[in-house]
Write a protein that binds this ligand. Structure first.
Ligand code: FDA
Length: 304
């Protein structure tokens, strides 16, 4: 039942009509639990609050699966505004972007030009930019973009998803080259030809990828709310004398906030992924799919 619900929610996440409707009606249905408002000002307020609690941030100006070049260029301008606002606020924050937000589905040239504009601006202020990983059909091209940009900029990182069979090979190759990698379980609907269908296999692969990256020359971003994996990471870094500045924990805004604070108290670096903007629908549906019990609180909000 839960599996079916998850599958329905993930299919709905890509529904363009529902997305347009959601944008028209504003941040509703409890989405503000996961999204820090629709404006840059509200996002920067959230960053300041989190920084005050000792939490670092990565800001995501929401947008994905764009099919129009002028929209992709406009979203890149918004990302540059975000970088400038982080700098002006003297905030402890990086930027996260999606390649389909910046035009990958329109043409590689559009996406690369937008990425170079963003990375150039961010580089001036010492701000890092992370390339989020989207669905499997876009994985190889996203990694190719990362490989190219990494030759030109040192402030770029990307994401590897534990549900994909290919990921250990990717982590070993990138880690050897000293790349900074965020490891996640994976949030899209993928067929079993490319991804582990069983959660226990995804969890086991996550641990393998995390250990490989922690032992590599690269920086490791351990992005999960899974306490078992977090405890395993703590034991592993202690046993292998991995310095505190070689890794960080990452969690999503609005999820397991007590755990975020507890890790800060224990002295670990913790970064919160903070999305903002009007294009919140797809992001919100993926958060519901991760935990179908969340649908209950949406329904309570609607009926209230
Ligand atoms: P798991 O799903 O096993 O959850 C562990 C526990 O966390 C649950 O028992 C519950 O308590 C809590 N939890 C998890 N999700 C919740 C939710 N939505 N609501 C309430 N509680 C929840 N994916 C991707 O494909 N590409 C990407 O670029 C990114 N980027 C990214 C950045 C960061 C900082 C994070 C933390 C995650 C991502 N993800 C992602 C999402 C990731 O792939 C995954 O879907 C979620 O992190 C949920 O998986 P967990 O690792 O938390 O484990």
């Amino acid at each position: 039942m839960e599996q079916m619900m998850r599958s329905v929610l993930l299919s709905m996440a890509k529904n363009r009509t529902a997305n347009r409707m959601a944008q028209r009606y504003g941040l509703r249905f409890g989405a503000n639990r996961f999204v820090a408002g629709e404006t840059l000002e509200s996002a920067i307020d959230t960053v300041r609050n989190l920084n005050r609690q000792g939490l670092k941030v990565t800001l995501d100006h929401l947008g994905e699966f764009v099919s129009d070049a002028s929209e992709a260029n406009k979203l890149a301008d918004d990302c540059i505004d975000t970088v400038r606002a982080i700098h002006r606020a003297n905030a402890d924050a990086t930027l996260s972007v999606k390649m389909t937000q910046l035009g990958m589905d329109i043409g590689l040239d559009v996406c690369m030009a937008n990425m170079r504009r963003i990375l150039g601006e961010a580089n001036q202020y010492g701000i890092s930019v992370n390339i989020d990983m989207e669905d499997f059909p876009r994985c190889q091209q996203t990694l190719d973009i990362f490989d190219t940009l990494r030759q030109e900029y040192s402030n770029v990182s990307t994401v590897i998803q534990a549900y994909l069979y290919r990921s250990l090979e990717d982590v070993l190759r990138l880690g050897q080259q000293g790349a900074a990698i965020r490891i996640v379980k994976g949030a899209y609907k993928e067929p079993e030809e490319v991804a582990y269908p069983e959660k226990q296999d995804v969890d086991a692969n996550y641990v393998k990828l995390m250990e490989a990256q922690l032992l590599s020359n690269g920086y490791t971003m351990i992005a999960t709310h899974d306490e078992k994996i977090i405890d395993h990471a703590k034991t592993f870094v202690a046993a292998h004398n991995i310095p505190a500045d070689k890794f960080e924990f990452q969690m999503l805004y609005g999820i397991r906030t007590n755990l975020q604070e507890q890790l800060v108290k224990e002295g670990y670096q913790v970064r919160v992924y903070v999305p903002y903007g009007t294009d919140w629908y797809g992001y919100f549906m993926r958060r519901l799919a991760e935990r179908p019990a969340n649908v209950g609180f949406v329904l309570r909000g609607v009926l209230h």
